[in-house]
Design a protein around this ligand. Structure first.
Ligand code: ASP
Length: 324
């Protein structure tokens, strides 16, 4: 039972993002450059850090320094490798990862799927740059450290604006406001207020990983990872995008279907042809909340995952199948 768990060391991994961003003016919340400050700098700005740590030792490592809109598979591979390294250390109780908001939900799902960590891996971000006179990063990072020390915490989660989201359900839903994330119908895992965590639903104890996928992800060159793309079904859609992708040799396609899984007839025809060519096709709704109910299709659904997370799951499934 994890209740008696005592954290000896928390490792904070920096990857960039707005939380590490700077602008020329302290009042500029939009015209900034993401990924400028190192992770130690971000920790130095956390108010009352020593109280937050409750005796735990802190270590940090700069894994990447980028705007997460540019997140790529090579950085994911490196991050998975560093997370696996630290998680395997007996004296490490938890990881905290600073990350940009734009793709944090994708990195969270990737890491959850690959590592399935039983220790907490708390991802954290900010909507305002570190140079802002109203920066939200320091408080968010403090909240993340608080969550990382929670006896009940397990697996990958995202902390922003005092809300704890699971890797599976979190989605960025707003381009500007501080509370930019939602867990949709599932609701958040919990809240952090004044260093107190209130769990609203118990984090799922992650299944113990065999480590096989993590090992495979780490050793397979990223240019060998199966290419899986997302195609959008929309008014006025044609088969052009699907045909071009098949021509380019994709291994898999996730269709972001409208409503309850409906797909424009031209896209549908192209996807059926793609399947004939051996391309793996999956379906997911482009609706922000809920998942497809009934309404069967020629392609399997992705268990309520968003199209972006379904892309990751299909890519990993194809990689596992390939035995690369
Ligand atoms: N473009 C930034 C990033 O994702 C946005 C942010 O972090 O809020 O790195």
């Amino acid at each position: 039972m994890v209740d008696t768990k005592k954290i000896q060391k928390v490792v904070v991994l920096g990857t960039g993002g707005t939380i590490a961003g700077t602008a020329a003016s302290a009042s500029d919340h939009t015209g900034y450059t993401a990924g400028q400050l190192g992770v130690q700098h971000l920790l130095d700005a956390v108010p009352g850090l020593n109280n937050t740590l409750q005796g735990a030792v802190l270590a940090c490592e700069q894994v990447a320094q980028l705007d997460s809109k540019d997140m790529d598979h090579a950085t994911w591979q490196l991050l998975a490798r560093r997370c696996a390294h630290w998680l395997a250390q007996a004296d490490v109780g938890a990881l905290v990862i600073t990350h940009g908001t734009d793709t944090i939900e994708e990195t969270a799902w990737f890491l959850q799927s690959v590592l399935q960590p039983s220790k907490p891996v708390v991802m954290v971000c900010a909507m305002r740059p570190a140079s802002s006179n109203e920066a939200d990063g320091p408080q968010n990072l403090r909240d993340a450290l608080v969550v990382s020390a929670q006896p009940l915490a397990a697996g990958v989660c995202v902390v922003c604006a005092g809300v704890i989201h699971s890797a599976r359900h979190v989605q960025k839903v707003h381009p500007y406001r501080l509370d930019a994330f939602s867990s949709g119908d599932a609701g958040p895992l919990g809240r952090v207020q004044a260093d107190q965590v209130q769990w609203l639903s118990a984090p799922q104890a992650a299944p113990v990983s065999t480590g096989m996928l993590a090992e495979q992800i780490t050793r397979t060159a990223v240019n060998q990872w199966p290419v899986v793309e997302v195609v959008l079904s929309h008014a006025g859609a044609s088969r052009r995008v699907v045909d071009a992708l098949v021509q380019a040799g994709v291994a898999g396609l996730v269709v972001a279907a409208s409503g309850n899984g409906t797909v424009h007839h031209e896209v549908q025809a192209a996807l059926l042809d793609a399947q004939q060519h051996g391309v793996q096709v999956r379906r997911s709704t482009r609706c922000q909340e809920g998942s497809i109910v009934g309404n069967s299709s020629p392609w399997p659904d992705m268990d309520g995952l968003s199209p972006l997370k379904a892309r990751i799951s299909l890519m990993l499934a194809l990689l596992a199948e390939s035995g690369a």
